[in-house]
Write a protein that binds this ligand. Sequence first.
Ligand SMILES: [Zn+2]
Length: 241
Amino acid sequence: MKNPACYLSGYSPCDAKLSGDHLISKSLLSQLGDNAVYIEGLPWCKGLKRVGVNSITGRVLCRLHNSQLSDFDSSASLLFRCLHQLPKRIVETEQREECVVNGLNVERWMLKTAATLLASGNATRNGQVIRSSLNPTWPSILMRKADFSEGCGLFLERPACGTTEMMPEFTIRLNWMDEECVGVTTSFLGFVFHLHTKRVESGSDYLYRPGGMIFQRGNVEKVMAIHYGSAQCGQAPIIKV
Ligand SMILES: [Zn+2]
């Protein structure tokens, strides 16, 4: 069946019930605050607003499609947990530790977040709410039937050494080319990631499909590796902490 409120309804069968899908993954919001977080920039909040984690939902995916995309949330949550925890672990134990994050899932998590913001009327451009249909290529990418175009996907802004903000602040912004959403920028603890769905010229400060990050203090290293299936990955910058 097709659930008309689900933005993947034209692609594969739906469940009759809508999920309480979060605009931003609940597992990520929970890292920012136990039950409530401060948010701003959504059309319905004026200035900084404290809201319960469970109230930031979109209801634009049926339960079946939402469950089919849940791996993306898990991978993004692991990525942000590593960025948060590994620099702290370095002072707790000298043992080398490594975690591995699925970068293909992180790319699709950024795309899913953009799709959810657009479909739920929570996307803005220059302060104006944008209600636009999804780019027709997005559903097949989300359902893992297609990959991003050549040269598109995840980019990391080369991080400045030794700077990791201690406040767990998270931002996300949709990027536009004319009327079309062509990507997402997200930052967490000062680390900035971009998803490009259209190929753009990027400077040397942008690492395409970074191979991870290495947190280093003296001889102690904590490693977050990011892999992209059979696709090649770029270097993993070293962050001195
Ligand atoms: Zn559905």
